[in-house]
Design a binder for this molecule. Structure first.
Ligand code: AP5
Ligand code: MG
Length: 214
């Protein structure tokens, strides 16, 4: 199964992609996670991307296209993949189409997780992640069972993203509406977009996704 998850910053793409990965054994390809790994490794690509990410701007299309091109037909994607945060511009969507044709692959679903902008500031500023295993949490909406202890691995160190502050979130939402929302009509014209209600609870969004992909 090959799918694209579309949605504004904080819509729940990463949260739901992890659940889809666990349930259907398909790989989560998050361009945001890949860029953060590049930054952590201290390489040139990460250094070039960091300023843009911290300002809430998109990084150049070609950097992202090159990054994803080697992933979608890698061995670990034999069962399929979830694209989380890609494509994000019409140029990226066109490049993805060309890559899929070249590799003889086809998307099964393009799913929009639809949310209200105003709620996204609270979602994003409350988000944190286990530093050991990457499990995602939220100060209000997704607390660990025992405060300060990761449900998944028992880790006690957590991190917050440097772009998860109220000011940067507004820039990211602006970039979403200006650059990414147009790809809804790009895929809409192909009759490919299905929408779930991202304002529902995390479990309810999962149920809606299951009804589409299950
Ligand atoms: P990226 O990492 O993709 O960030 P984003 O799109 O801004 O999305 P987020 O990861 O913030 O949100 P999410 O939808 O994954 O939400 P989550 O599930 O975590 O990109 C970061 C940056 O990298 C970009 O700004 C750009 O600079 C660059 N970049 C990346 N890809 C690029 C590309 N293709 N082209 C150019 N530049 C690119 O949920 C958020 C929080 O809410 C969590 O705490 C979660 O617990 C909680 N939550 C989730 N669902 C619900 C729910 N239903 N109810 C209540 N709480 C919920
Ligand atoms: Mg994410």
């Amino acid at each position: 199964m090959k799918l694209v998850l579309l949605g504004a910053p904080g819509a729940g793409k990463g949260t739901q992609a992890k659940r889809l990965h666990e349930k259907y054994d398909i790989v989560q390809l998050s361009t945001g996670d890949m860029l953060r790994a590049e930054i952590a490794s201290g390489g040139e690509l990460g250094r070039n991307a960091k300023g843009l990410i911290d300002a809430g701007a998109l990084v150049p299309d070609q950097m992202i296209i090159d990054m994803i091109a080697g992933c979608i037909d890698a061995d670990d994607c034999a069962n399929g993949f979830i694209l989380d945060g890609f494509p994000r511009t019409t140029r990226q969507a066109e490049a993805l189409d060309a890559m899929l044709v070249e590799k003889g692959l086809k998307l099964d679903h393009v799913i929009e997780i639809r949310v209200d902008d105003e709620a996204m500031v609270q979602r994003i500023t409350g988000r944190y992640t286990c530093a050991e295993c990457g499990a995602g949490y939220h100060d209000t909406f997704q607390r660990p069972k025992v405060d300060g202890v990761c449900d998944t691995c028992g880790g006690t160190r957590f991190t917050r993203r440097s772009d998860d502050n109220a000011e940067t979130v507004r820039a990211r939402l602006k970039a979403y509406h200006e650059k990414t929302a147009p790809i809804l009509s790009y895929y809409g014209k192909k009759g490919m977009v299905q929408t779930v209600d991202g304002m529902a609870s995390i479990d309810e969004v999962t149920r809606q996704l299951d009804r589409i992909v299950g």
